[in-house]
Design a protein around this ligand. Structure first.
Ligand code: GRF
Length: 204
């Protein structure tokens, strides 16, 4: 098992990106974050990357993003709060190599239009008793790719979309770290719409 090269694509605050950077540093993930790419020059994630001495690029052109990923020999692309839609050709080129985190239990409150606070507002309005977060491989259907891991979070009676978002975000970080960890250990096997989790191999 060789150390994997990771790229993170993010548009905002980057608390999920931070969790990945920290886990790589602590060798919890057998990977190195080589580059953080944002479509938003004001995204706080860029500052976080710089503080961690990680290369940053602001780029919206997917041809150029593709070239950057090839240059850096990227094995895993993580969408950590990335708001741009990926072109089909890009998804195809990196099939089963792009992981996204979504702040609900897919297939609830996901797909087109379900991003940011919209997800949590919809959950509260529907009156669900549990929500949560999901990591999945990205395919051509919005939030429709093979599910890797999910974590359930209780919705409390007095929750508003902000308190719910906060409680779910806390669970997103370990879930995304775990997903990257398993990927980097070659323990995620995709067969059709299913992701099979493989036991860790003993290394002698
Ligand atoms: C998270 O809730 C993530 O699930 C969603 O966007 C948010 C990003 O938060 N896709 P952060 O930028 O990682 O703090």
């Amino acid at each position: 098992m060789s150390t994997k090269n990771i790229a993170i694509l993010a548009s905002g605050s980057g608390s999920n990106a931070q969790a990945i950077m920290d886990a790589c540093k602590q060798n919890e993930i057998a990977g190195v974050v080589r580059i953080i790419i944002s479509d938003n020059p004001k995204a706080y994630v860029l500052q976080r990357a710089e503080e961690n001495n990680i290369k940053t690029v602001v780029e919206r052109d997917f041809e150029k993003i593709k070239n950057l990923l090839e240059q850096e020999k990227i094995d895993l692309i993580v969408l950590a709060g990335y708001l741009k839609i990926l072109p089909k050709s890009f998804i195809k080129q990196f099939e089963n190599k792009i992981i996204n985190i979504h702040p609900s239990l897919i297939p609830s409150f996901c797909g087109e239009g379900f991003y940011g606070e919209h997800v949590h507002r919809a959950a509260i309005e529907r009156g669900v008793k549990v929500s949560g977060c999901t990591t999945h491989f990205v395919n051509e259907i919005a939030d429709g790719g093979p599910i890797i891991f999910q974590k359930v979070v209780e919705v409390k009676q007095d929750d508003d979309y902000k308190t719910l978002a906060k409680r779910i975000l806390e669970q997103e970080h370990p879930l995304l770290v775990k997903s990257c960890k398993y990927f980097c250990e070659d323990r995620l096997e995709v067969k059709g719409h299913m992701v099979y989790i493989k036991e860790k191999k003993c290394e002698h």
